[in-house]
Ligand binder design. Sequence first.
Ligand SMILES: *Cc1c(COP(=O)(O)O)cnc(C)c1O
Length: 940
Amino acid sequence: MSVEQFATRHIGPGADDERRMLEAVGHDSIDELMDAAIPEVIRWHGTLDLPEAATEAEAIAELRALAARNTVAVSMIGLGYHGTHTPAVIRRNVLEDPAWYTAYTPYQPEISQGRLEALLNFQTMVTDLTGLATANASMLDEGTAAAEAMTLARRASKSKSRVYVVDADALPQTIAVITSRAEPLGIEVRVVDVERDELPGEFFGLHLQYPGASGAVRDHAGLVESAHAVGALVTVAADLLALTLLRAPGEIGADIAAGTTQRFGVPMGFGGPHAGYLAVRSGLERMLPGRLVGVSRDADGNPAYRLALQTREQHIRREKATSNICTAQVLLAVMAGMYAVYHGPDGLREIATRTHAMAARLAAGLRAGGVDVADVAFFDTVTARVPGAAAQVVAAAAERGVNLRLVDADRVGVSCDETTTLAHLAQVWAAFGVPAFDGAVDAALPVDLARTSDFLTHPVFRSHHSETAMLRYLRRLSDFDYALDRGMIPLGSCTMKLNATTEMEPVSWAEFANVHPFAPDAQTAGYREMIGQLESWLAEVTGYDAVSVQPNAGSQGELAGLLAIRSYHASRGETHRDVCLIPSSAHGTNAASAVMAGMRVVVVACDDNGNVDLVDLDAKIDKHRDALAAIMVTYPSTHGVYETGIASLCAKVHDAGGQVYVDGANLNALVGFAKPGRFGADVSHLNLHKTFCIPHGGGGPGVGPVAVRAHLAPFLPGDPLGAHADATPAISAAKYGSAGILPIPWAYLRMMGAEGLTRATGVAVLAANYVAARLRGHYPVLYAGNKGLVAHECILDLRPLTKATGVSVDDVAKRLIDYGFHAPTMSFPVAGTLMVEPTESEDLAELDRFCDAMIAIRAEIEQVAAGQWPAGDNPLTNAPHTAAMVSGDEWPHPYPRSVGAYPAGVDRAGKYWPPVRRIDGAYGDRNLVCSCPSPEAFED
Ligand SMILES: *Cc1c(COP(=O)(O)O)cnc(C)c1O
């Protein structure tokens, strides 16, 4: 392959590396290895029908051409998506900085203090502005946050009612997502004009929008009281910018607040990604879904951050789970939190005041010109009545480069934001046919709802307002962290591969970044063509007939796929099919998604080799034959093995009338060699943030497309703005979900081509088998399939060593930090083990550095076993070692400082130093603190 070909840059090992790796594994070629590893029953022997691989320059040129077919208009549509100025210092040093975007979810807190602090800023920002006690570290979007608020209310309310009341002035896409989530759970959604109509006699929850979709700002205190009187909980979906001027939801008695932080510096991206938020009053924090960052302390008693309350994906409580959210929107939450840090409370108030002043001027001008403007208090959005002429006004504005909201035939909505100028107002007035206006204007904010409480009082929101200070704060935090820009992240099940710069660059282009999700089709031709191509390429790769990119995480793809199965059974009059079989080794999201899709989870055992136990499967099918809806299996299995029984598994389930869901998160082991849509599955989700190069962003964004065979295609997600009509579910708030990052997988597929993709899979499997071969003599490799080979990952069993020496899987994971590595996946899918997925992007030198470190650690464990080091005081139990620790004036440990700090093979000049020692997670759970601690907490 020539240097021009991107595949040579994406794939780490070159020809020499490959030869040496094959030798270690004992095979002559990658083809031969793959023939041996992959069972013939699933093998596909064709060549992927994809366009010939483009070079990086060609791919960028094609994306430029697609981008040029999008029109970037001035967006005044509103509905939860607003223009915003991303501070350049944040764009370049967060969104475009691999130190932030290539980081993994902070399950290893000692190497994640930077992003954990950034997320704590985000949580503090949300709790302060909403006036509630606890906020989580982001939701997928406003619609899904509101839907999670509904189910939280159902769990927390003492009311027996199944009725959930939704304000008719809520965002239409939010109503669609809530309705889609409610239906399988037997919740009845009643949309009520809460201003005019009576509330029902009984209901368990009430969803209010503040300000409303129409722009109206209403005092909801009376409604909150009525809801509480019948035992219902109240969610207020609030605009955080408006809350700098308006009384907080917590101050009017709301139990929950939900919404988006998009307008805090995150581009619209044709629908996403942005960070949704969810906050709760005190007493509900232990019911909060999603990841929650909290303060704890390290081995020296210093404050340190980590995920609180075991909010880890692998520990999602399976069928007892209440939410399936796993990957969230960390990178975007970091941006929004930093926007608040950069502007501070006064800056945010100034931005809000200016935004309001623009809206007030706009309304005054319309009224002066004789247009009927709704006579209500408002913040940034004005609704004008132009009987019969709304479409004409919207069209006239579009001609002037401004998008307005067509509410109905008689009404037009106009939303102002941080980017609105007087010139924009002039265009809007012209579109309405009224003269420009420069008279005096009064504020239209309700005086009795004016905010009087302080917010963002923590010093972090007052200390970084100059660009110099902000730049250094971002650098300080990212230096705390270990991301792919420092070294390998060998995480099983998560495929931390290269996120190429060429793939990332288009994400910041205005033609992709600054497009509203509800912009007219004529302005989004480039986007829709790109998405159509991506969906068709993904269909080709997976062997399915139709793909929807709407789900904005793997978990959401699971829900979409299971809802499609549910609708399919219903369409055949088989609504009684509600049992979902799930192997005991499954990822936690699987069972949680099944519960959310209204299914009953029945667990199928695994045998000693980690495969689905086909005897138990027969028994479970027999028992539930008539009620069988689906089986949900991961392939290759979460044990990293190509199970040979997959084809017969599919056949058995189909014979019983069930559908087969293959969790496609492990597709990195299949691309080019097997197609789930061809070997018997009906539906899969893919994780574009694993196999297809969207970076993990420290825990999101992600995209989890759902792919189906033709019979399920009619039940794929629909347009949230039209979903009621056509009965397809709204999985995300925007039709194409996190469209703004779809150029990444598009570019990956475009530049790899069939040959590059297939080779990548082969090298990924080779790398996993190489690691297994090198480490097998030191740690047992737990499962293997055909001919002793693993798939794209391998599980190292620490349990015998732990039993003999007391050295735990935790100790090894933390000791790896001293050696300059991110730990592999710990204790999933098997407790007491490490799962390693090296991917195709790591070269042999890096693979060897990792294997050497693991072997050296094994020797250290031997020294503990031999009694040379005491069980409670050795380099493993004391890991990770900080610079402060090893340079301290006292050193009471029975091994030299250099052994702690610079174990064998560590490059002294390039050493990564964790900022804290090992963190005590349990302490933080007992003393739950989920906002920024006071500076005094850091004093010695
Ligand atoms: C990552 C993963 C998921 C969940 O995907 P998210 O994007 O985090 O929601 C589901 N199943 C498996 C096997 C996974 O590895």
